[in-house]
Design a protein around this ligand. Structure first.
Ligand code: NDP
Ligand code: ZN
Length: 392
């Protein structure tokens, strides 16, 4: 009896000691992640009026599974504009200021945590729209981390559940720290100045093309011929699909032809829209402003599929129009793509020399403000990319 009591006391004592050690270890780790925070610098907006300012801040420490990336290039996606101007309230997303956008990131690994196996210091690495997810739910296990049932952590303006709920800061900055599981390997032979937009514009168009199983010989429409749209055209042409491009002006007509599109339609010229109803197997709409989706739904063949990726702030599909407008067509939304799929897209794009058309701008607040104005005015040559090496 005495021996048993002694043993049980000893066991309790051991458990208590182990618990205290575990708590101390967790505290030490937390302190470690706090004391080893990494100073960083980038460009933030302080309010929805949307002017950029140089902004100094800190990022969480490099954990065991993390890599630190020196950002070389950061693409400017139209989603950044929606976020800067707090245009996503309709989707329940509010912008936390100061906010550093940027989810098209290409850079070089400068530090690796002790458990990292995928990267070495000096490798090129990319980060897209996500930096973490639970890895355990059915969406994550299906390789669709963007739909994590426990909450995806997006690259900016997102609560980071894995780092004390801090709000993430994006790629218009000099460095980022990310779990290796959410970093994409960029092949050594990649044209590194052009890679960043693949991490969002590339995967967002690649993913629905695969999801809809678009095949050689199909007829496809690409609505909105900007950063996303011109990637969709290149992937579809590469698949030997007959592509029609829709946009609102004539300036990009030649560029569409050069990329291999069969037709270019300026939707502001009604006569160019004639004869297109019931002709398309697949349509991807990347339009960032309010438009009438029925215009495109009517162009689908019976059983045709339309992927909606553009995020106009106020658009609504009037569902009562669907049974009469063009029934037995499929319409779905698509959000970026999973990590495995992003790696496949990047490897394929580099191997086939499929890149965005980019114009580099200097890492300077006034230059970024100017680029935003040009995007809104429709004067962007497909994608602006900030050359972060010019950050002073
Ligand atoms: P861009 O500004 O680069 O391109 C948009 C293009 O659409 C421009 O060429 C624009 O023409 C054209 N356009 C504008 N109005 C119309 C219209 N009524 N009909 C046809 N074309 C039109 O934007 P991005 O490609 O970067 O992004 C597009 C949208 O996709 C945004 O809403 C963005 O937030 C969203 N997005 C969604 C993602 C997802 O996962 N679902 C991921 C990334 C982005 P012009 O330049 O002449 O105005
Ligand atoms: Zn984007």
């Amino acid at each position: 009896m005495t021996n048993l009591t002694f043993l049980s006391n000893r066991k309790t004592f051991c458990i208590v000691v182990a618990l205290i050690m575990a708590i101390n270890f967790a505290d030490a780790q937390q302190n470690d992640s706090q004391t080893h925070r990494v100073p960083a610098k980038g460009f933030a907006v302080y309010s929805h009026e949307g002017h950029f300012h140089t902004h100094e801040f800190t990022r969480h420490a490099v954990g065991g599974n993390d890599i630190q990336i020196e950002i070389l290039y950061a693409g400017i996606c139209h989603s950044d504009l929606h976020a800067v101007w707090d245009e996503q309230a309709n989707f329940g997303i509010h912008t936390h200021y100061p906010m550093i956008p940027g989810h098209e990131i290409a850079g070089r690994v400068t530090k690796t945590g002790e458990n990292v196996t995928k990267f070495n210091v000096g490798d090129f690495a990319g980060v897209g729209c996500m930096v973490n997810a639970c890895g355990k739910c059915s969406s994550c296990l299906a390789g669709k981390e963007q739909f994590c049932e426990n909450g995806t952590v997006f690259t900016y303006n997102s609560k980071d559940y894995y780092h004390e709920n801090e709000i993430t800061m994006g790629g218009y900055s000099n460095k980022i720290i990310v779990s290796e599981n959410f970093a994409i390997k960029i092949p050594k032979n990649a044209d590194i100045q052009k890679v960043a937009p693949l991490l969002c514009a590339g995967i967002t168009t690649w993913s629905p093309i695969k999801f809809s199983n678009v095949k050689p010989g199909d007829k496809a429409g690409v609505a909105g011929f900007g950063g996303l749209g011109h990637m969709a055209v290149q992937y579809l042409v590469d698949l030997n699909v007959d592509v029609t491009v829709f946009d609102v002006n004539d300036q990009k007509r030649e560029a569409a032809e050069r990329m291999g599109a069969k037709r270019y339609v300026n939707v502001r010229n009604p006569q160019e829209m004639e004869g297109l109803n019931n002709t398309m197997d697949f349509i991807i709409t990347t339009i960032p402003v309010d438009y009438d989706p029925m215009l495109y739904i009517r162009m689908l063949k019976l059983g045709g599929e339309m992927a909606v990726v553009g995020l106009p702030p106020n658009s609504n599909i009037n569902i009562s129009k669907l049974p009469l407008g063009n029934a037995n067509r499929k319409i779905y939304g698509s959000l970026i793509g999973g990590i495995k799929e992003t790696q496949e897209m990047l490897d394929y794009s580099v191997s086939k020399n499929i890149y965005p058309k980019v114009e580099l701008i200097k890492a300077n607040a006034a230059e970024i403000d100017k680029a935003y104005k040009k995007i809104i005015a429709g004067e962007v040559p497909f994608r602006y990319v900030i050359d972060m090496s010019t950050l002073k």
